[in-house]
Design a binder for this molecule. Structure first.
Ligand code: GAL
Length: 636
């Protein structure tokens, strides 16, 4: 399919007289889509049951008349002030029991059924009015579920719903007591009504209790979303989308995505580098104005899976954001590069956030394609250039990647609940494996742990996967190189230790002891690299492939199944990936720092994240440079 560009627009922020000029300018920039409406509840329903769709009708007329396709948002991320009068108990409560108050956004509790119904009714109203209007080509439901740490809520509504959820999951209180091991510290419960939420306990709550609460909280997000899905499906055939946010892991995106047609996510590479990525000062400084070279690609691959092949970037950073501790500007060319990284990963649409910088409120320092007084920012010309590039390249396709990385939200929750070492973080571990594959120039598919058919993959990585019944057999059947560990398949669904560790029929190595290690401690590995953060002591029959300097097994092998006993540093990850690829005759690349490749069907794309010129394969790429070839012919 030929990729398209779009932009996020807030007609309610601007005088109506300028809408037509804005729309014409969007089209002139090469933008095809415009997303509107996702925060406009207070203007759509200024008072309870008094609706004002007139301005939105006119905005849709103007935008569609200019030739733009419209994504209409449901505004449930921003319940208006009057909603609180109707439902004083709808606010989410944080773990200390404090309300998340009105005055920003996302202040609702997912378990509050009154608010959930009100949000669904608003979706019905919008569906009634615009559901059969072909100018509304897609819907965005809510906005960034989970952003601002909003999935876990410790409200009364959550407590009531949690008890019902537990009863449905465990059936009897005895079954729950057994599953959770409540005999420990006399935590036995006599009834589901005795169970509270796992906050404000004297010391750590029972991990089984805490994990159950996280599973429940994820299901609440899915249920909240589903109420709007049902409202819209009954009234519209247009596609349903949600815009997820980077490294938000508190709900299962695969579960939620199953109800939608297209996944999308909001890509803020420079904000993420400083705000939500580990990394040493040298790395953060080298990529200060480019963002991490793999963070966006990881999410592109993740959302391609969540959307079952269909995904967008709904919001693309255009310049300095306002929300990170420091907010540098992208290097010239980066907005184009980020757009191409997305397109090369299969994005159907890349939509810039936002059209014009708002002169008021929280995001007045956040750049757009235009300044508040209508002057184009550098991103405007880069968006235009991407539109020209697309015209030259035409349709972009995707093939299956040789490498699969299994990514599993409940594993993140399990290790958050029971980290054992302060920095055992599931995302960080998975991302480290992913990065090593990117450094080797490989294409990667991210797959959910429910995958059973691995046909076509040459290398499957499943680091840190806590519990995945059935996966173990499927991996063994795949007859290709598989890497699991550390901690893989080591706990039950209730976060207790299974009778056999790891809980795998196919790993013969036994884990005799596990250690977590402070960040400044490294155990050197023979042949290069080291183990950090986590180390397991293995014994048993498997063949040792890599060991520490003192002879402790780090990588063992039983047939094609490899078990990783520690947390590798980057040097060791690079060795592991190269070794496993060599076994499969899978070619790898040695790339200059900051250069990344992506094969999109017959299109080969190279992207230079470095702030200096780079040379590769006979070509020179400037900082933030993008090159693309098809059939040996260079197109970009
Ligand atoms: C996103 C959000 C937008 C806007 C943007 C600013 O997280 O969806 O509404 O706040 O960040 O970077």
């Amino acid at each position: 399919m030929t990729p398209a560009l779009g932009v996020c627009y807030y007609p309610e922020h601007w005088p109506e007289e300028i809408w037509a000029r804005d729309a014409a300018r969007m089209v002139d920039t090469g933008l095809a889509w415009v997303r509107i409406g996702e925060f406009a509840w207070s203007r759509l329903e200024p008072e309870p049951d008094r609706f004002d769709f007139g301005w939105l009708d006119r905005a849709i007329d103007v935008l569609a008349d200019a030739g733009l396709r419209i994504v209409l948002g449901t505004p449930s991320a921003t319940p208006p002030r009057w909603m609180l009068k109707r439902f004083p108990d709808m606010l989410a409560l944080d773990a200390d029991g404090h309300p998340r108050r009105f005055g920003a956004r996302r202040h609702y509790c997912f378990s509050h059924t009154g608010y959930r119904d009100a949000a669904a009714r608003m979706a019905e109203q919008l569906g009634e009015r615009y559901g059969r209007d072909s100018r509304i080509a897609a819907w965005q439901i809510d906005n960034e579920y989970g952003c601002h740490d909003t999935v876990l809520s410790y409200s009364d509504a959550a407590r009531r719903a949690f008890r019902r959820w537990l009863k449905a999951r465990y059936g009897t209180i005895d079954a729950l007591n057994t599953a959770w091991g409540t005999v420990f510290w006399s935590m036995d419960y006599g009834s589901f009504d005795d169970i509270d939420l796992p906050n404000q306990t004297v010391t750590q709550p029972n991990p089984s209790h805490d994990l159950a609460f996280r599973r429940f909280s994820s299901d609440q997000v899915v249920a909240f979303n589903r109420a709007q899905v049902d409202a819209l499906r009954a009234r519209s055939d247009a596609e349903l989308i949600h815009n997820y946010m980077g490294r938000v892991l508190e709900f299962d995106h695969f579960d939620l995505g199953a109800d939608l047609d297209i996944a999308s996510w909001d890509s803020y590479p420079i904000g993420f580098l400083s705000d939500r990525l580990e990394g040493d000062a040298a790395h953060k400084s080298a990529y200060l104005q480019q963002g991490d070279p793999d963070m966006q690609a990881f999410h592109h691959d993740l959302y391609r899976a969540v959307g079952r092949g269909r995904w967008w970037v709904m919001e693309q950073q255009p310049g300095p954001v306002n929300w990170a501790p420091y907010n540098p500007a992208p290097l010239p060319g980066m907005v184009r590069l980020w757009s191409w990284e997305a397109i090369a990963h299969g994005a159907e649409t890349v939509s810039y956030f936002r059209w014009r910088q708002a002169p008021f409120a929280q995001e007045q320092m956040h750049a757009g394609l235009l300044t508040p007084d209508d002057r184009p920012t550098p991103a405007m010309a880069e968006a235009r250039q991407v539109a020209d590039d697309i015209a030259r390249i035409g349709p972009v396709t995707q093939g299956q990647s040789p490498v699969a990385l299994i990514f599993d939200y409940p594993s993140d929750w399990a290790w958050k609940v029971l980290p054992q070492g302060a920095d055992f973080d599931y995302f960080r571990l998975s991302f480290a494996a992913y990065r090593a594959c990117r450094r080797a120039g490989l294409n990667i598919d991210i797959l959910p742990a429910s995958t059973r058919d691995f046909t076509g993959y040459r290398l499957i990585l499943a680091p840190g996967l806590a519990h995945a019944p059935g996966l173990d057999d499927a991996l063994a059947r795949s007859a290709t190189s598989v890497l699991i560990g550390p901690r893989s398949l080591s706990v039950t669904a209730d976060l207790t230790i299974p009778a056999r560790r790891p809980d795998s029929a196919h790993v013969t190595a036994r884990i005799d002891q596990v250690e977590s290690l402070p960040p400044d401690h490294a155990r050197s590995v023979k042949g290069g690299g080291s183990v950090r953060h986590w180390m397991e002591t293995l014994s048993g029959a498997d063949e040792v492939q890599i060991a520490t300097d003192t002879g402790a097994p780090v990588l063992t092998r039983d047939g094609a199944l490899h078990y990783l006993a520690g947390w590798p540093d980057d040097t060791l990850w690079d060795r592991l990936i190269r070794m496993l690829c060599a076994k499969q005759d899978l070619p790898v690349q040695t790339l200059p720092d900051g250069l990344r490749l992506r094969q999109a069907g017959d299109l080969q794309v190279a992207l230079n994240y470095a702030s200096t010129e780079t040379h590769w394969n006979g070509i020179t790429l400037p900082p933030a440079g993008v090159a693309a070839w098809r059939d040996g012919k260079q197109l970009l």
